[in-house]
Write a protein that binds this ligand. Structure first.
Ligand SMILES: [Zn+2]
Length: 72
């Protein structure tokens, strides 16, 4: 019927423009917005449920890897 012109038919994670994961400050993904992954979404939820939610202030410049694994 209709031919898609140049559009890759692929299930991919679409990065949100300007959206950053509130947990690890990485690029948020469309699927897990506003987080970058299910891991961070669960982390955030866990923090809320734990009543221990606070904004991270020790943000290191550059590539900050605060012990956050990303094995997705
Ligand atoms: Zn994240």
């Amino acid at each position: 019927m209709s031919a898609e012109s140049g559009a890759p038919k692929k299930a991919q994670i679409i990065p949100l423009k300007g959206g950053k994961c509130p947990i690890c400050k990485k690029q948020a993904s469309y699927e897990f917005r506003p987080f970058c992954s299910k891991r961070c979404a669960d982390l955030d939820l866990g923090r809320w449920l734990d009543g221990d939610y606070r904004l991270p202030t020790n943000e290191a410049p550059g590539d900050a890897e605060a012990g956050v694994e990303d094995d997705d």
